[in-house]
Design a protein around this ligand. Structure first.
Ligand code: ADP
Ligand code: ADP
Length: 235
């Protein structure tokens, strides 16, 4: 089943002064099946952030449409966007975006608190997830007390505790050393094996190679894609 469908997406930025136009995305078409793990690679300036912002419903395309399941994102009203994102999407960022004054546990709970989930339900979801992500003993710690890799694992927990249809990751290994990066990618693989659909933007070939499919974007267009071969299953 198709989870995400990107159809003829074009994005033009008009600069404030002089009215110069930048066509950041030209005609982007691709879809992601439920349960897929897809990476998007491309050089700086190729349109990755623009695309991710559109998929995250933070920005709207100039032309074209994005569907999540059957939901047309352009039909989501501005004031419902935050709730739509919270209920359907999980985000992982390069620089973690954890709140320093909250414990890891409270950071992880935050999206559930915002959506009014009961405390009992929050606790019920937390332990198995923290266990899976290897942060069970760190939940009372604060972000400044743990390593980058541990911060990112807490950020992943926060992203998936809402059980999002789609996990969007923007350079999730960009701020990690190679060991922590490898561990994070292993977690992504495990989450995906448990059914989580993942879309990850990355500069790293190593990171991209853990995905089932890699889309290459250049000058605002998807110009190539590679499906992972069976061989790499044993990596
Ligand atoms: P990344 O490191 O993800 O490729 P960029 O350096 O392309 O990020 O962009 C960083 C931020 O600056 C983004 O939010 C993007 O929307 C904005 N940005 C990039 N290029 C321009 C531009 N020419 N004019 C205004 N904002 C821009
Ligand atoms: P990437 O994330 O791959 O680095 P971006 O999506 O940030 O690429 O940028 C794609 C193109 O759009 C670049 O030419 C960039 O300068 C331009 N751009 C991005 N954001 C803006 C913006 N807010 N205003 C004007 N131009 C932008």
């Amino acid at each position: 089943m198709v989870l995400l469908d990107v159809k003829n997406v074009r994005k033009v930025y008009t600069t404030r002064f002089g009215g110069n136009q930048v066509e950041a995305l030209k005609d982007v078409n691709f879809s992601v099946e439920q349960g897929e793990y897809v990476a998007i690679m491309g050089e700086s300036g190729s349109g990755k952030s623009t695309l991710l912002n559109i998929l995250a419903a933070l920005d709207r395309p100039t032309e074209g449409k994005v569907f999540l399941k059957e939901k047309d994102l352009s039909k989501v009203k501005e004031k419902e966007m935050a709730a739509f994102r919270r209920n359907n999407l999980g985000f992982v960022f390069q620089d973690f975006n954890l709140l320093d004054t909250f414990s890891l546990k409270d950071n992880i709970f935050l999206p559930l608190v915002l959506s009014g989930t009961s405390h009992k339900e929050m606790e019920r979801r937390l332990l198995p997830l923290a266990d899976k992500l290897g942060i069970k003993n760190l939940l009372e710690k604060y972000p400044y007390e743990v390593s980058g890799g541990q911060k990112q694992r807490a950020a992943v927990a926060r992203a998936v505790i809402t059980q999002p249809q789609l996990l969007l990751a923007d350079e999730p290994t960009g701020a990690l050393d190679s060991k922590a990066a490898k561990e994070l990618l292993r977690l992504f693989t495990h989450l995906n094996q448990d059914g989580q659909t993942i879309l990850m933007v990355t500069h790293s070939v190593k990171a991209a190679s853990t995905a089932g499919r890699v889309l290459f974007i250049k000058d605002g267009k998807v110009f190539h894609q590679i499906y992972k071969g069976n061989l790499s299953e044993t990596q």
